[in-house]
Ligand binder design. Structure first.
Ligand code: KMH
Ligand code: ZN
Length: 289
């Protein structure tokens, strides 16, 4: 028997990304203040997780560890969203800097399961890097979200699980990233084919890049999946109408989820489903003196 769909929908917002220039999309949150206020608006609209890329003072993508730590702290202080840092960064980021992202101690991080052509560029994720990153998530007690840009990435996901065991917390959570030029297309047919290959018992969301956003969201809901939306993936709300803010994409995703009778998940429900570590309670030392 096919597994039943979850009762509610995890909505992840990816507000910034690494590819779009602020000058091309003025509503893109690139400063810490802009990111925090976008995150608050998105939480109010129904998001439960935020997938974070940050920018430097010139609004260029950066993996600066001090900034990453300050960003995680600010998001925790101002929202109850599950904070997921990107380890994908920008296509120009070196692998060692991408590994060090975990030192900012997010709740979750992205972990892309293979190298992908990415427009005119290459998004590099060789096996040794994936394996190193995965083991570091286990040691740091950070929940990985396995990003799948193509069907072949599922083979590498299974190889990670078979070789190194379950992720921290035990829940395997995947995100289908569809419609990247060079990856799988953002169609219902591709989504159904990909979902059929996912590990049993995993949870999964899907996002469609650009104009594939709505088709992928509708297909995901009907196939029992969760949703990722945001200006990292989509800059046009409708033909000829630029997105005015991340929250309107979340608001639309929440409406779709309610129509599907799988309303948006709360942040507490998301933490329970993903089994993220409780980082709000101070660690005890075991020494009661
Ligand atoms: N910016 C892309 C090259 C991730 O965040 O892990 C990679 C990306 C995936 O956005
Ligand atoms: Zn990303």
């Amino acid at each position: 028997m096919a597994p039943s769909a979850p009762a509610s929908t995890l909505i992840t917002v990816a507000p910034t990304g690494a590819e779009t220039a602020k000058s091309d999309a003025p509503a893109l949150p690139v400063t810490l203040d802009e990111l925090v206020s976008a995150a608050k608006a998105c939480e109010a609209a129904g998001a439960a997780m935020v997938h974070v890329h940050i920018r430097d003072d010139d609004a260029r993508p950066t993996l600066d560890l001090g900034r990453l730590r300050a960003t995680v702290q600010a998001l925790r202080e101002s929202t109850s969203l599950v904070v997921q840092l990107s380890t994908g960064g920008a296509v120009t980021d070196p692998l060692d800097a991408r590994l060090r992202v975990l030192e900012a101690e997010p709740d979750s991080c992205s972990l892309t399961c293979g190298t992908t052509n990415f427009g005119d560029d290459v998004f590099l994720n060789p096996w040794p890097f994936m394996a190193d990153l995965y083991q570091r998530t286990q040691a740091a007690e950070i929940v990985p979200e396995f990003e799948l840009f193509d069907l072949g990435h599922v083979a590498s996901l299974n190889r990670l699980l078979d070789t190194y065991g379950a992720p921290y917390g035990g829940q395997v959570h995947c995100d289908l990233v569809m419609g990247v030029p060079g990856g799988m297309p953002g169609t219902a047919a591709a989504l159904v084919a990909a979902v059929a290959t996912l590990p049993a018992g995993c949870s999964w969301s899907a996002t469609g890049i650009g104009r594939t956003s709505l088709a992928v969201a509708l297909a995901s809901l009907s196939a029992g999946g969760h949703l990722r939306v945001g200006m990292e993936d989509t800059l046009t709300f409708a033909k000829g109408r630029p997105v005015t803010g991340n929250d309107e994409l979340v608001h639309r995703a929440a409406e779709l989820a309610r129509l599907a009778q799988r309303p948006p998940m709360t942040t507490d429900e998301a933490r329970a489903m993903l089994r993220v570590k409780d980082r709000t309670t101070p660690e005890t030392t075991g020494d009661s003196r």
